[in-house]
Ligand binder design. Sequence first.
Ligand code: GLC
Length: 537
Amino acid sequence: MSRSDDRPWWQTAVVYQVYPRSFRDTTGSGIGDLQGIIEKLEYLTGVLGVDTVWLSPFYPSPMADFGYDVSDYCDVHPMFGTLDDFDRLLARAHTLGLRIVVDFVPSHTSDRHPWFAESRASRTSPRRDWYVWRDPKPDGAPPNNWLSVFGGSAWEPDERTGQYYRHSFLREQPDLNWRHPPLRAALLDVMRFWLDRGVDGFRVDAVQFMLKDPAERDNPPNPDGEGRAHQPLGAYDSQLHVYDLAHPDIHQVFRDMRAVTDAYDPPRMTLGEVHVYDPVELGTYYGAALDGLSMPTNFGLFRTPWTAAGVRAVVDGLEAGLPSGAWPNYSLGNHDDRRLATRLGEAGSRQAAVLLLTLRGTPILYYGDEIGMREAAVPPSRRQDPWGIAAPELSRDGCRTPMPWSAAPGAGFTSAADPWLPLGDDWKTRNVESQLGEPDSLLNLHRRLLALRRETPPLRAGSYRPLDAVPDDCFVFSRIRARQRVLVGINFSSEPRPVSLPGFTGRVAVSTHRAAEGSAVGRAITLRPHEAAVLVE
Ligand code: GLC
């Protein structure tokens, strides 16, 4: 075992997010399923070369928020298969050396969850306090001014008992009450249910929403109206979310979760969904004694300008701001954001692949980004995302469309005439099969980068150091481990750029411009326009 492997597995992992509805449909329903994921596991391991999969929710759900509204935490929605299918998926993945991380949605359930049915039945229900119920103001108004991310008040009146319940997202997603010990215990047991089945960890959804100001003070207005997140959130951006996000007692929840996962051998991972852009504050989510989340997600690269200075500022900020021992992670795509290739374009997508797979930290890739899937145009009649139905400019449908595996009818995704969301316009030419056949494709670039990462300890676990004496529009950094040095150079300009590399001799191991690969490098290199290259000593 090389020294780089003496660390928790998730620090040397490459995570790939699968959105089950859109990966592969084996029943002809037009919606992907677990059997479809099983069929594609060998693509993930043998063809692409990732080692960890994060599965977005596959639990029973009325699908008001496409599975992020869970009505049973310990089962599989029949549309996706059965628990047996899940067990087969896990067993097959583990045989292939692939780890499985499941999405855990602890901040809210579906309003159809039996817990909520009991809770809303009466003020004296034993489950009343599993959710957050409050009296109206004397004039009948909601208890305070907090907003739902998806629009309108975060409080929904419930006639039967004359109180409001809180929902940070849809009204069909009532918030759970994490200050109520029995609820807490029940949710930690949900984690154990999946851990006992053998899952390798959790992506933990929306963790900042779980605990809010106990005094429930009104949020102040947002003076400039400009959102603080990396994407605009519509009316939600009209307030500063001072009191309705991440009250400090949230960290005790992370410690409790960590105690659960650490009781398993090897320790399992928690990747918490955190939208915090200040690295020092983000660092607190790892826990004061690194006993919090294994990793909070880092969305820094989504928000920064795609320039050498912009990208370097995010990386340097994180390297300087995270506490010692806290391991970074990087991503540029997921099921909530516009597609990477649409935001960054063709050249940017190639640079992004090099960056994500060579930075010091765990890369998290989103399905389809390895072939450069574009944000799909979804006609109004086919809109699905409830957020996008209310506010079309915020729709997340375009980044959730089916994975095109080939140019066969249904793109090798489905035999149904109409998948649940339409295929992107370019699926006949942009698909896995066609890109495997093109040496210069984005998919083959990912494969070469992943292969290099596997065999190059500095890329998995080496130190990070930026080089200063380089052109302004280039970002160049070293990764060093056990005296082996790897350099990564990214030219963000559309002109060639000479870069001096004092004391370095080696070769171009992988480049966005394949013709450069294999060429010798001695103390300097001229990066082609938009080139990103990995140089190995
Ligand atoms: C998270 C999920 C998102 C979901 C929301 C509510 O942000 O990533 O898809 O809508 O939580 O559960």
